[in-house]
Design a protein around this ligand. Structure first.
Ligand code: NDP
Ligand code: MG
Ligand code: MG
Length: 340
């Protein structure tokens, strides 16, 4: 079993007398900056002029250009969208890195796939919360935290891991548990999880179920409740008690159907395809496609996004959620607290 680090395993001292530059003030950026500051760390924020800049100033931070922030800082945490990082890094961060500084990420993609090649004389590590930024912030204010992964890619000071743990503690992650991994493992499992299960697998499963019911003549509204809306209740039970905890709460009929029909839907062929998805991630094929797609201004991404937004399940869902004020309210909160 992997070792899990908690508060007692991390020493704040590794961030004392250091300046941390948070580059970017979006979902992760705002959460890290606020949590670090409230943990007593000296934080500055690096941005381009715009919405995020104004928000960070309103929150009381000293805001600089990315280049100035990188110059002033000992620890530079890069919290820009992954596809923008290589250019900003090359032009504004790399020229300002000094020997012994720490270059930090919340996802290993750009280092692992060589889109950013750091100089040999700086520490490079990651602190990757396993949850969205607004949750990193909210749980911290509630005295808890979101679990995180740490990984060291380059350790020139001999203190990279201790500094990563101190950072994880300052954002609240060691209250929940921190696991050590590698850039390779973090990057590949993160991509696989979101593609095969959490995002891609789930949206395709929901759509296939919805379409099957609608094509068989059932009302789209009923199909929406069965295949999408109720998911949250099931996922909450799994989150709290694993598969068994969920199965304890559902009816025996539902559990029998789970046992008998689940493996027919997610069958050996699906698992074979998952292995191919993983292979594309491991070989760099997925990364290359996404990098080129961005360079081409996202023609495929935008076309699919438009088509997906026009799917009947979205049309029906928009109408039904209008009539469920408690759901709508949550949606608005999510938009506000993600500080985008
Ligand atoms: P967001 O898209 O939420 O934030 C982007 C921020 O970067 C904004 O403040 C934006 O400012 C700023 N920005 C964008 N381009 C530039 C630029 N050229 N120069 C200066 N600032 C710029 O990013 P996330 O928080 O989602 O992701 C950040 C990192 O965290 C990524 O590596 C991601 O993989 C990782 N991560 C994200 C998680 C999540 O749940 N979101 C979970 C775990 C890790 P502006 O207002 O000016 O556009
Ligand atoms: Mg991800
Ligand atoms: Mg039911």
């Amino acid at each position: 079993m992997a070792k899990v680090y908690y508060n007692g395993d991390a020493k704040e001292a590794y961030l004392q007398n250091k300046t941390v530059a948070i580059i970017g003030y979006g979902s992760q950026g705002h959460a890290h900056a606020l949590n670090l500051r409230e943990s007593g760390v000296n934080v500055i924020v690096g941005l381009r002029p715009g919405k995020s800049w104004d928000q960070a100033e309103k929150d009381g931070f000293a805001v600089r250009t990315v280049r100035e922030a990188a110059r002033e800082a000992d620890v530079v945490m890069v919290l820009l969208p992954d596809e923008h990082q290589p250019k900003v890094y090359k032009e504004e961060i790399e020229p300002e890195l000094k020997a012994g500084n720490a270059l930090v990420f919340a996802h290993g993609f750009n280092i692992h796939f060589n889109q950013i090649v750091p100089p040999k004389d700086v520490d490079v590590f990651l602190v990757a919360p396993k949850g969205p930024g607004h949750l990193v912030r909210r749980t911290y204010t509630e005295g808890a935290g979101v679990p995180a992964l740490i990984a060291v890619y380059q350790d020139v000071t001999g203190e990279a891991k201790e500094t990563a743990l101190a950072y994880a503690k300052a954002i609240g992650a060691t209250r929940a548990g921190v696991l050590e991994t590698t850039f390779k493992e973090e990057t590949e499992t993160d991509l696989f999880g979101e593609q095969a299960v959490l995002c891609g697998g789930l949206t395709s499963l929901v759509k296939a179920g919805f379409e099957t019911l609608v094509e068989a003549g059932y009302q789209p509204e009923v199909a929406y409740f069965e295949c999408l809306h109720e998911l949250k209740l099931i996922v909450d039970l799994m989150y709290e008690g694993g598969l068994a905890g969920m199965r304890y709460s559902i009816s025996d009929t539902a559990q029998w159907g789970d046992f008998i029909s689940g493996p027919r839907v997610i069958n050996a062929a699906v698992k074979e395809e998952m292995k191919k998805v993983l292979e594309d991630i491991q070989s760099g094929t997925f990364a290359k496609g996404w990098i080129l797609e961005n360079q081409a201004n996202r023609p495929v991404f935008n076309a699919i996004n438009k088509r997906e937004n026009e799917h009947l399940i979205e049309e029906v869902g928009r109408k039904l959620r209008e009539m469920m004020p408690f759901v709508k309210q949550k949606q608005k909160e999510a938009v506000v607290t993600s500080a985008k």
